[in-house]
Write a protein that binds this ligand. Structure first.
Ligand SMILES: [Zn+2]
Length: 285
């Protein structure tokens, strides 16, 4: 992605998301610590994490903190085997040793996840230095976040766009995409009718008719959501082909803009579907 601006340093160098990091960190410890000793160590480590950054986690160069060999951003130093801090600008794809492609073999990803989670597990670092134990916690935490994100095809696209600074929510979030205007108008009308009937104690027959109308709309929008996901999958493949063929930045940017639009449409339609579901549940009770 040269020329599109270097990706933001998401892990250590981003000062704005401390809560996010600590949150992910805490979750990772709870998830990854099975031994009693590890669990009891939890709050002390969290405090440590909050109060001070260990010196070696602040290292940003691609050389080993212990033996100075080049690490190339690997999890472990190829020369001495010591666990390494995450390099500045590390991303979830690189974390798994994957290119920034959007069509991912989930079985392969899962295998990478299990292998890394075994290698990085804090239990392996019980006798290591405090700093190395911290690195194992940091990497384990990142591993969980990275896996959760890349596992999901929508989150994966969101993430890729975020890395490139290309994820832009619709400016008028409440505004329907033009091609859906008519259907959304009808849907809102049905929703209003159902609410009115409920509040004014409409007859069972009236309610049934209105519910049926709304259920039909719900199915329509649900199938639309399926279409949107298919479209996202198609453009995702297009992105991969562009990378393979060495497309220029302008071409890649165009694909990203399209993905961003699809994501906005998706979130709009998903909100509609959720709203209808909610209304049907309410009117049922
Ligand atoms: Zn080393």
């Amino acid at each position: 992605m040269a020329g599109m601006g270097s990706p933001p340093a998401i892990f250590f160098a981003s000062p704005g998301n401390t809560n996010l990091r600590i949150g992910g960190f805490a979750t990772a410890i709870r998830k990854s610590c099975v031994s009693r000793a590890c669990q009891s160590d939890y709050s002390r480590r969290l405090t440590h994490r909050l109060m001070s950054a260990p010196s070696i986690t602040a290292a940003t160069s691609a050389t080993c903190w212990s033996c100075s060999a080049a690490t190339g951003g690997a999890h472990f130093c190829p020369a001495c085997g010591k666990i390494q801090p995450l390099p500045r600008g590390a991303d979830y794809f690189a974390f798994f040793g994957l290119p920034q492609k959007l069509v991912i073999d989930l079985a392969d990803l899962e295998q990478r996840f299990h292998s890394l989670s075994w290698k990085l597990h804090p239990d392996n670092f019980v006798r290591a230095s405090e700093d190395e134990r911290q690195l194992s916690l940091d990497r384990s935490s990142q591993l969980n976040d990275a896996y959760r994100t890349l596992q999901n095809p929508v989150a994966r696209v969101e993430y890729l766009l975020g890395l490139a600074g290309m994820r832009k929510e619709g400016q008028k979030k409440q505004q329907a995409p033009p091609e859906l205007l008519e259907e959304v108008f009808e849907l809102n009308e049905s929703l209003d009718e159902l609410r009115d009937a409920r509040e004014s104690g409409g007859s069972a027959a009236t309610m049934a008719v209105l519910r049926e109308k709304l259920e039909a709309a719900q199915h329509k929008f649900e199938s639309l959501l399926v279409d949107v996901d298919k479209e996202l999958a198609r453009v995702s493949s297009e992105w991969d082909r562009a990378l393979d063929s060495g497309a220029d930045d302008a071409a890649k940017k165009k694909i990203m803009e399209r993905m961003n639009e699809i994501l906005n449409r998706r979130s709009y339609v998903r909100n509609l579907v959720n709203g209808v579901r909610q209304e049907l549940v309410t009117s049922d009770s």
